[in-house]
Design a protein around this ligand. Structure first.
Ligand SMILES: [Cu+2]
Length: 69
């Protein structure tokens, strides 16, 4: 299942790497691609994940989740 997470607050490659690592470390997440330009992360996730789990992983690192679709 693919989800797009809109994220506010990423400003450089370090932010991008931090968000990628945070999402990739979740057992429910298979692959992650973060785009600074689009302020979003495209993730392939298992059906056992929830939007809450994804949101918490990003917000724990200090970035704001605008939406998950
Ligand atoms: Cu940064």
């Amino acid at each position: 299942m693919e989800k797009i997470i809109k994220i506010e607050g990423m400003s450089c490659g370090h932010c991008k790497a931090t968000v990628e690592k945070a999402l990739a470390s979740l057992p429910e997440v298979d692959t992650v691609t973060v785009s600074l330009e689009e302020k979003s992360a495209k993730v392939n996730v298992l059906n056992t994940t929830t939007d809450e789990i994804l949101k918490n992983a990003v917000e724990e690192k200090g970035y704001q989740v605008i939406s998950i679709s």
